[in-house]
Design a protein. Structure first.
Length: 152
């Protein structure tokens, strides 16, 4: 999806954990390893965007750390709470307001989205150290692994 707004777009990120590894894809346009995720489209809420991005970019079934209360509220929909919220530069003139969610993959059998990425793979904390990552991506991946370890 292309940018919706000139200055800032809302995005979602899925920090997907399986056992003690995190899933990253080697993004074609950015030419680096990043988490699964993308833009929240105008017709979506953040939960819908998160599930769509996970399906499009890796095809995994996931479970979330926190469940959503099964409550029907008039004129409202309860949405998942992100583990991370950050504003980062995408270019010199455009930013992304990103909502990051830690979740568990039900299997490690992911698939590559060839239009989006050169490669996809699972990485341990030690393997992350050897990857050329944006510092914010490294930070959130390490925190996601911490959160997942505490949740087990």
């Amino acid at each position: 999806m292309s940018h919706i707004h000139e200055l800032i777009d809302f995005t979602v990120s899925a920090f997907i954990i399986y056992e003690d590894k995190i899933l990253l894809m080697h993004h074609k346009r950015l030419n680096t390893w990043i988490q699964i995720g993308g833009h929240v489209e105008l017709h979506e809420d953040t939960d819908e965007a998160l599930l769509r991005e996970i399906e499009e970019e890796c095809g995994l079934a996931v479970t979330f750390l926190e469940s959503i209360d099964d409550v029907q509220l008039p004129h409202s929909k309860l949405l998942r709470r992100p583990h991370f919220v950050n504003l980062h530069d995408y270019t010199d003139t455009h930013k992304h307001l990103d909502l990051g969610y830690v979740c568990f993959a039900q299997s490690q059998a992911c698939r590559l989205a060839p239009d989006e990425a050169h490669d996809i793979g699972w990485f341990s904390r030690e393997e992350l150290k050897a990857l050329d990552l944006f510092e914010n991506v490294r930070y959130f991946c390490e925190r996601a692994l911490d959160i997942a370890a505490k949740a087990r």
